[in-house]
Structures are given as C-alpha cells and as structure tokens.
Design a protein around this ligand. Sequence first.
Ligand code: TXA
Ligand code: MG
Length: 350
Amino acid sequence: MVTEYICWDCEKGYQPQDLQRAAMVLKQHGLVAFPTETVYGLGGSGLCPEAAKRIYEAKGRPSDNPLILHISKSEQLPMIADRIPDVAYSLMKAFWPGPMTLIFHKNKCVPREITGGLETVAVRMPSHEAARMLIEAAGVPIAAPSANTSGRPSPTTAAHVREDLDGRIEMIIDGGAVNIGVESTIVDLTEDIPTILRPGHITKDMLQQVAGEVRMDAGLLGTDSDRKPKAPGMKYRHYAPRAKMTVFDGELDVVVKQINDRAREYPAAQVGILASEETADSYTHGQVVSAGSRNARTIEQGLYSALRLFDHKGVKVILSESFSQEDKGEAIMNRLMKAAGQHIIYLSRE
Ligand code: TXA
Ligand code: MG
C-alpha cells in the first residue's frame, strides 16, 4: 500500500480537497494518522468493526487493548456513552476540548471490537484543530490509538508515524510537532469515585479542583502487586526504545556521577544517556540525548523523540536520569518507568 501524505498548516489549515479525501478514506474504513495536541493518533471509523480490526493489525496491537473514541462536540457523547454521571459534565466543561479521556459505560452502538470486549468505552474530545476538523468531516467518532507500532514510543511528529506505519495505512496528515507530547490523562467515571487510569498533562490536582475526590488506580501505583492496571494498555512494557534502559534516581549530582561511571563500562557508541539540558554537558562518554529542560519544563514535549533517537543511534543500553514527580512530572515518570520496564536504581549520597 502506498501511504499518501497531506499537510495541515496551523495558519492555513487544510486544503479543502485534502480534508475531503481524508474523510473519504475514513468513511471507506481506511486508516488516517493525524495530529492531536497530545500525540499523533491512528484514526479509523469509530463505530465500525472492520476499521478497528485494521487498526489492531497496522499497530500489531493485542486486540484486548481498547481504543479511545474521539469526538468533536459534546452532543456526540450520548450516542456512544450510557449512564453519564453529573461529574462528567463538570470535567468536560473544564477540560474539553483537551488532553483528558473519560471512561463511561458503553452504548449499544459501540462495537466490542473497539472496546477490546469491555462494556465500557473511552472518549476524548481533542483540542487540535486538525483533529477536530477531521472528525467533523468524517461525520462519526474516530477511534484512534497513538499512531506507533505497539510497544514503541508514541509519535510526536509525522516523521515518527512514517517510521512505524509507512506503507501500512492509507494516509498520514502532517501537522508538525505536537505541543504536549504525552498521551491524555484517562479518568474512569464508572466507579463511585473518579479514578485516574493513566496520568497525563491534566494532573490529579487539576481534576480534584473540579470533581472533588479523585483516586489513582491501585494497579498503576504498584502498591498492591495482585492488582492489574484497569486500563489494559498500562500493563504492557510500552513507550519503549529497543535498548535496555535503566533509570537512576537520587540527587542530581549523584545521578550524573553514577551515570558517568557506568557509561564507561561500555564502548561510547553503544551507550545512550538520557539527560536534560541542564546536565547534558556533564557527560563525557556515550551518546548523550537531552529530553528537554528541567527548568523550562519541556521534558514532557521531548521525551518520546529522545527515546526514538536512541533507536536511530543504535545504542545497546540507555542510562537515564529521573525527573521530578511533581505535578505533570507524574505522567513523565510513568512513561519513563514503563519504557525502562520499571528498572530503576535509587542512589543515596555516600
Ligand atoms: O492522548 C491520547 O489519549 C492519544 C491520542 C491519539 O488521543 N491516544 C492514546 O490511545 O493514547 P492509546 O490507544 O495509545 O491508549 C489508550 C489507553 C490504553 O491504555 C487502553 O488500554 C486504555 O486507554 N483504554 C481504552 N479504553 C478503555 C476502557 N474502556 N477501560 C479502560 N481503559 C481503556
Ligand atoms: Mg498508545
């Protein structure tokens, strides 16, 4: 299959004929990757089992891992969700359109192929103009997981999508680099207390200000080893570069020293170091990649690109700094730890 590339420009938007072609691909149950404010999505017609099947095939994704339905206006919600609690309306008013996904009981018209066999459905209204126009033009909710091969870091540019899916899907819409860089916060509204199933750009504090008490999924915290994460996707090693990765946690100068020492155990070409702008110059041996600035809080935006860059460099091991857990750092550390298969070393000052 030859993948067609079209452009979305943040000032000029779509060429009208391009938007129509993209909508037509979706209507015919084909796949279109498109930018959202979080990461690129791999879109297929949201109420159509065949499109869901193609999404799973293109990504190589286990079919028990459900998809998020993307809508462009709130009126589309009752069509796909059932028993919508009042708190949903407050959360939607505060954070939609934007990087928050809500889990509801599903309505009958949502096929099980979309929900991985579950009786619940994930819904999000993205704020990216290109995504919203595409959903409008398609005339139906769009099912869209992140547009990466299953297990790899999510794509934050069209070039990342091309790396994973060129020749496997009908179309890629290039809207440049996304501005957030990690996936949406997932909040389950089917329990009495809203529960975060995946941390993201919208933090627990932000949700609590609107919804009152909010919990973290116990399976996510790893406090109770018997509990699996409730979002099926959170149980896999994920967001991962090919090399074996270890995260070092502790005071920053101790971490830098330890990574410098460990790096010398490998040939320089084979060891990757995931650093930050503030520390990158402190490393003397290995392939140093900065995810972004700690002070300017750009790690969220640069993390996935940095992980992919290690694949291009062909390193065998990655030694990574850890980042603040505060605030939006919760999402960053959640993704980093999954990329490292939870492999972390805690360092204390001697
Ligand atoms: O920011 C995002 O959310 C991006 C953009 C493209 O919108 N999408 C995204 O989709 O990250 P995906 O498929 O890569 O991740 C969806 C996550 C998975 O962990 C999946 O298990 C969980 O949402 N999920 C979907 N439906 C669910 C449900 N009914 N119950 C629990 N978890 C669900
Ligand atoms: Mg994903």
